[in-house]
Design a protein around this ligand. Structure first.
Ligand code: G3I
Length: 496
């Protein structure tokens, strides 16, 4: 687990260096900026309409602005990538990978071995033929994972292989793989995927894992299988809980927390991979502000769990806008996502943002290598100084804080700006005779920038009351500023 302070510094560094302070703070932060600061990935699918260039322009604009992980709704499944035996079609997957690379977005691959959306030729030619089916699945995984090696960060290697009726068993009917090979197809799929791309994260993905750890439940069965896989050296690194739920399913966030804790003991990451929180379809058009606030509250709880559990890495919602959701077409549910049919953010979006702001980067542990969150233009420095490219060297400038007074050496009168750890301006002033009082700022950790003509210097500083001394044993003090904001749940102010 990496030091999460790092993410705050690097991300803010990127914001300060990449776009200049004023730009970086002009707009409200985005979900992806806050996710990056916290060493996490938050995202959503690219609907099939995107692949067919049949979706509104707002879709992609919002997707690449707000999210830092992506997955294809259908275009990397078996029937799409190998529609004809041993003839592979990567055109649409390549289109997604290109989009993701251009926009610095992580790619999930979904899904290699699944009982659904398997190309028809598999069953018609090889149903029940174990050796042939093993050869077909091995070839499929080697070719698909091999093609995307180094481009797809994580695969749903096996999807939905556990049966539905809570008697803790594998899905034994309707699966060409299980019926023809037996449960060993799962172990083999992970081994083949790892061999094809040793650096890729490898997940077991399923639905109804949010119904709790108890005798005979899918979640308990998954934990048992992960234990067995880990003991046998099967290279699984993550579990995906799809989490397709309804507004009434209020116990599910805490069940996801319990599953995360159980998997943390096995050294395995838990990702939320397909979240949607739908209303019964008949309620479309009749929903009230209270309904949408309730949906937001449930999204908030999932995001709280996600940010608070150190072995959770990705939070993926199965759709961006209510205008394009599988739920309406196939599930009799509706209005499940963060953006409405006109691409306007709903209270659920504000609740996700409120949760992110209530969990500052200094508080969130990341299960990933911090290198994943460094953009080329990010500062490579990891200490608390984030040097801004200045025309003249700032070597002549230095600063120190004592209580509420900022002392500046190397400049008699300089412009002073202070930003909170989310990069928002909280103070602006001018030093006279080498010092300035930092008035009206709550105690906490801030980024302080001093500019004197063409020289500029930024340092992270703890700003306390008159005689306050940092208490290293209790970690750092920080505040999230209460600020007028449209985020329905507001932001919190809290001392640590
Ligand atoms: O592409 C064909 C199109 O040519 C044809 O005209 C049309 C007519 O029916 O069908 C189109 O294919 C549809 C495909 O989505 C692409 O839009 C399939 O019928 C339809 O069944 C398929 O539904 C997908 C579903 O998986 C299939 O199981 C949904 O879009 C997709 O959101 C959903 O996603 C799954 C995850 O992969 C696994 N977890 C559950 C989740 C929801 O079911």
């Amino acid at each position: 687990m990496k030091n999460s302070h790092y993410f705050a510094n690097v991300a803010l560094g990127a914001a300060l260096i990449g776009t200049g302070i004023t730009d970086a703070f002009a707009a409200e932060p985005t979900i992806r900026e806050l996710a990056k600061e916290r060493g996490r990935f938050i995202g959503t699918i690219l609907n099939s309409e995107w692949f067919n260039d049949a979706i509104e322009p707002e879709f992609e604009e919002i997707h690449k602005t707000q999210f830092n992980v992506v997955v294809a709704e259908n275009e990397m499944k078996f029937d799409a990538t190998e529609p004809v035996e041993n003839e592979f079609n990567f055109v649409k997957g390549d289109k997604m990978v290109k989009y993701a690379q251009e926009n610095k977005i992580r790619v999930r691959g979904h899904a290699l071995a699944w009982h659904s959306q398997v190309a028809g030729w598999v069953s018609s030619n090889y149903s029940g033929q174990k050796e042939k089916l093993l050869a077909v699945l091995k070839n499929h995984i080697e070719k698909v994972v091999g093609h995307y090696k180094g481009q797809v960060a994580e695969w749903d290697v096996v999807n939905e292989a556990i049966n539905d009726d809570y008697n803790a068993g594998w899905r034994s009917n309707g699966s060409v793989w299980y019926e023809g090979i037996g449960a060993e197809f799962l172990d083999s799929a992970f081994v083949w995927a790892h061999k094809a791309d040793p650096k890729a994260e490898l997940c077991y993905n399923d639905y109804s894992l949010e119904w709790g750890l108890r005798e005979g439940s899918k979640a308990s069965f998954v934990v048992e299988q992960v234990k067995r896989w880990k003991a046998n050296g099967i290279p699984i690194t993550c579990v995906g809980t799809q989490t397709h739920i309804e507004i009434a399913h209020e116990t599910t966030p805490q069940n996801v927390r319990a599953l995360a804790k159980a998997l943390a003991e096995l050294g395995v990451t838990l990702n939320i991979t397909e979240l949607d929180i739908g209303f019964p379809k008949g309620e479309a058009g009749k929903l009230t502000a209270a309904d949408y606030a309730k949906q937001g509250h449930l999204y908030r709880q999932f995001m709280d769990v996600f940010l608070e559990e150190p072995n959770m890495g990705e939070f993926v919602i199965w759709g961006l806008t209510d205008a394009h959701s599988w739920l309406d077409e196939q599930q009799g549910k509706t209005e499940a996502l963060l953006y409405d049919r006109q691409y306007k953010p709903k209270p659920a979006y504000d609740s996700v943002m409120a949760s992110l702001m209530a969990h500052p980067a200094t508080d969130v542990v990341s299960p990933y290598d911090s290198k994943l969150f460094i953009d080329p233009q990010d500062s490579t420095e990891t200490d608390s100084t984030i040097a801004i490219k200045a025309v003249a060297s700032p070597a002549s400038l230095s600063m120190r804080v004592s209580g509420r007074t900022l002392f500046i050496a190397g400049a008699n009168s300089a412009k002073v700006e202070v930003f909170d750890m989310q990069g928002r301006p909280v103070f602006s002033g001018k030093s006279e005779k080498g010092s300035v009082e930092l008035k009206g700022i709550a105690e906490g950790i801030y980024m302080v920038r001093v500019r004197d003509g063409s020289s500029s210097l930024v340092k992270r500083k703890n700003i306390y009351g008159k005689n306050r001394v940092a208490s290293p044993s209790r970690g750092s003090f920080f505040h999230i500023k209460k600020r007028p904001s449209r985020f329905s749940e507001g932001t919190l102010e809290r001392n640590y």
